[in-house]
Design a protein around this ligand. Structure first.
Ligand code: CA
Length: 568
């Protein structure tokens, strides 16, 4: 059992540039000393935060290699446990992007022992839930190993396990990505269909001319629409869906397109691009549009005149954006909402350019813009909170402390262009601030930086406030020292940081916490929210009053609340 081990941490002044004696601290990238996150903790950081854009201290390549090696370590130690971790985080929609989970799954498939490989093959449909995920998997696995029997069976099984209507939907909606199409994967895996409809669907994919004009080998299909018509499609929902897809490719007028969308629930991806600027088409799509598509296309629907103030479309969008059930069911990640909020609030489409350090130089696109409506802005702001797993207020006294030092302004959170750890921290802290009656927010570098953030502020304003601060040094002891100096009673400190603390010549963050506990006679807890997928934490792993967790885990605010609420 872990206990408060305050007596084990020396009270002797120890500069952050030296390790605390008698502990397992390691040098961090900034020249200070922190603890190492264990390999399973680091696996979670990687699965949730990814490594795109690198960090202030490490290039993307270095950070990815470090993380790949760490995944391998987990696979060697307990491969089945590693696969289970991957599945859990992917299934629960806790990560902004599924790519790190797919990458880790591919490592389990290629480098794991027999039991690990089997577990990874079984997990394929759980982690790769869309055609796009499957193509990412195929591309990665293709670079690392051959298509042996186990792999072919697993990929074939992905198709065979789906009911016919879902299969038809996947094949229509996600047709190709990164040079991969279902023609390629089906031809490699070569699954035997389990029923006649499935056989017809496989045939449609593998015999049909590819979209780049090349003819798939095998029996060529000259006219897919005639072929689909000959199947007497309307009798069978799956085949009818494919027929409708082929039919809409030949549609000559908007009425036909609208009718086909209405009758067969065709998604936007099924439509030829020429119809994608039409307000009637989008109005029809909107009635059944999946949440993720809705969130991504707010700007477009505004630009073409569908989404405007006081319109029926606005009502529909607001109602759906603020429906917690719909957001959770669709696994909408808070980051996706934050991206949409930033894009929509601009009022014009951006063309981003990512430079070497991960910053984005943005410019206005040539297209006309839109006027963001206040109701949709507010709905998105609300949706950001609702997309996190439900948080019950703890009623504890909580200090939310944002590390706004220089290193936090570099790199991207979860590969989102322009979203720095600093901005990500501010957005994260808002979720807890809005759910707790007793909270305060402070920001620090190697001293307190006055920012005055409150729960009633708009997310975009809070995020913008953290921009443009001077580039400062890092001392993660500041929140506790400040609370001690001002005699502020705090039950739980929540520090959002990259854990690269180094600048205090007198004491470490845990020493500051221990002093605070003693002087204030409060057994205060410390939650460290890691915003970068490096291997460090300021939380003492031997102190049960401290918790290290991963920033932008959709469960993070709920986990913070559980920890703040629970006894030690
Ligand atoms: Ca720093």
């Amino acid at each position: 059992m872990k206990k408060y081990l305050t007596h084990l941490i020396t009270k002797e002044p120890t500069p952050q540039s030296a390790p605390l004696p008698e502990t397992t601290q390691v040098a961090n990238s900034a020249g200070g000393y922190s603890w190492a996150v264990d390999e399973w903790g680091r696996l979670r950081r990687f699965l949730i935060l990814g490594s795109e854009g690198g960090s202030y201290y490490a290039s993307e390549r270095t950070l990815t290699l470090e993380n790949a090696n760490n995944v391998l370590k987990c696979i060697q130690e307990d491969g089945v446990r590693a696969v289970n971790e991957i599945v859990t985080i992917s299934q629960e929609g806790r990560a902004p992007k599924n790519d790190p989970a797919i990458f880790a799954l591919v490592l389990a498939v290629t480098k794991g022992d027999e039991a690990t490989r089997q577990a990874a093959f079984n997990a394929l449909p759980e982690v790769c839930r869309t055609g796009t995920h499957l193509f990412t998997f195929a591309e990665l696995v293709n670079g690392m190993r051959g298509w042996g029997r186990g792999l072919r069976r697993a990929v074939g099984g992905w198709y065979k396990a789906m009911d016919n209507r879902s299969l038809a939907y996947q094949l229509v909606k996600y047709r190709q990505r990164n040079g991969w199409s279902h023609t390629d994967t089906l031809r490699l895996a070569h699954p035997m269909p389990v029923n006649d409809t499935q056989g017809a669907i496989f045939k449609w994919v593998t015999y049909k001319p590819k979209e780049n004009g090349a003819i798939a080998s095998g029996e060529a299909m000259a006219n897919p629409l005639e072929w689909a018509e000959a199947l007497n499609a309307p009798e069978d929902k799956a085949l009818a869906f494919i027929w409708a897809f082929e039919r809409v490719q030949k549609a000559a007028d908007v009425e036909t397109v609208v009718q086909l969308i209405e009758a067969y629930d065709l998604p936007r991806e099924a439509l030829p691009t020429q119809w994608l600027n039409d307000a009637d088409v989008w109005a029809t799509l909107l009635t059944k549009m999946p949440m993720t598509a809705l969130i991504r296309n707010l700007g477009l629907m505004s630009r073409i005149g569908l989404l405007k103030p006081l319109s029926e479309a606005e009502n529909v969008v607001v109602e759906r954006l603020t429906n917690a059930d719909l957001l959770q069911k669709a696994r909408v990640h808070p980051i996706a909402v934050l991206i949409a909020l930033r894009a929509y609030s601009l009022g014009y489409a951006l063309k981003g350019k990512v430079n070497r350090r991960g910053y984005v130089a943005t410019e206005k696109s040539g297209e006309s813009g839109w006027m963001p409506t206040p109701r949709i802005l507010d709905a998105l702001d609300k949706a950001f909170e609702l997309a996190f797993k439900n948080v019950e207020p703890t009623n504890k006294r909580i200090m939310l402390a944002l590390d706004v030092s220089g290193s936090m302004s570099s790199g991207m959170v979860a590969g989102v262009p322009g979203l720095t750890p600093r901005e990500g921290s501010a957005a994260m802290a808002m979720v807890t601030a809005r759910s707790e009656p007793n909270y305060t927010v402070i920001s620090f570098q190697d001293k307190i930086v006055p920012l005055n953030i409150s729960a009633r502020m708009r997310l975009t304003d809070v995020v913008n406030m953290t921009n443009g601060l001077p580039f400062g040094r890092t001392d993660c002891a500041q929140p506790m020292l400040y609370a001690m100096e001002k005699k502020i009673a705090v039950d739980t400190f929540v520090v959002y940081t990259d854990n690269e603390t180094w600048a205090n010549p007198q004491l470490h963050p845990v020493q500051a916490l221990n002093q605070y506990r003693e002087k204030m006679a409060i057994p205060a807890k410390l939650v460290v929210v890691g915003m970068v997928s490096n291997g460090f934490t300021i939380a003492d792993p031997n102190d049960a009053g401290m918790l290290d967790m991963v920033g932008f885990d959709a469960s993070a605010p709920a986990l913070i609340a559980d920890f703040a609420r629970g006894g030690v």
